[in-house]
Design a protein around this ligand. Structure first.
Ligand SMILES: C[S@@+](CC[C@H](N)C(=O)[O-])C[C@H]1O[C@@H](n2cnc3c(N)ncnc32)[C@H](O)[C@@H]1O
Length: 208
């Protein structure tokens, strides 16, 4: 599969290279990534490396809000065809060179996930790390094939103590992921009322 970097936006009208309607969050992330890549070695998240036994490398994986593409690269190296989506084309460019060099089967898509439609029953793995947009939950569920693997790790309300300026809308409540994916077969989670960590994770399989 060839590497492709496409810009898909809710708005096709562009001004100075940017869609006119680009949301503040994406503008902020573009600026952040322009200031540098905090993961220059493109190291995968520990949620993947510590559960690598679950990743058989068969089929197609989706990395939602993939940032610089480090986790997508890990998934592709394990054998998956990967679709990696993020709103920041600046962030995606960091991963693009490595993807081309290693000839990995990853499609990078620049798109606003608040205006994005996922295909139904298409993915063997859906990965979301440090991103929360609740209206996508039903689509995330539907986009997995039966028996597909969900790997979700994101900031929870404890994060507010550490970073009071963080938008609470983007923080999961304790027990929330467990409840939302209660129809899935749970494999691993730290999602509980007494959680001290500021990141909640949940790994589960869609019923077959
Ligand atoms: C905390 S970073 C996480 C990146 C990566 N998953 C990781 O864990 O390193 C959040 C990512 O979400 C992306 N993002 C934020 N809002 C978005 C939106 N509406 N549509 C698409 N991407 C968005 C940002 O560009 C950024 O790369």
């Amino acid at each position: 599969m060839s590497v492709c970097v496409r810009l898909i936006s809710a708005c096709n009208t562009r001004m100075n290279g940017y869609p006119i309607t680009m949301r503040d969050d994406i503008v902020r992330w573009n600026k952040k990534y322009r200031d540098g890549n905090s993961n220059p070695d493109l190291e995968p998240d520990s949620i993947l490396t510590s559960h690598s036994d679950l990743l058989d490398g068969k089929g197609t994986a989706l990395d939602l809000a993939c940032g610089v593409g480090h986790n997508a690269i890990y998934l592709a190296a394990r054998g998956y065809h990967v679709i990696a989506v993020d709103g920041s084309i600046t962030g995606l460019r960091y991963g693009r060179a490595a993807i081309r060099r290693k000839k990995l089967p990853i499609s990078l898509i620049a798109a606003d996930l608040e205006h994005f439609t996922l295909p139904m029953a298409y993915f063997d793995v859906v990965l979301i790390v440090r991103f929360l947009y609740r209206p996508l939950f039903p689509q995330i569920k539907r986009s997995l094939k039966p028996n597909g693997l969900l790997i979700y790790k994101t900031f929870n309300i404890n994060h507010h103590r550490k970073n009071p300026g963080f938008n609470e809308e983007y923080l999961v409540k304790h027990g929330e992921l467990k409840k939302v994916f209660s129809d899935f077969h749970l494999i691993a989670t730290n999602d509980s009322e007494g959680l001290e960590d500021n990141l909640t994770h949940l790994i589960a399989r869609k019923p077959s």
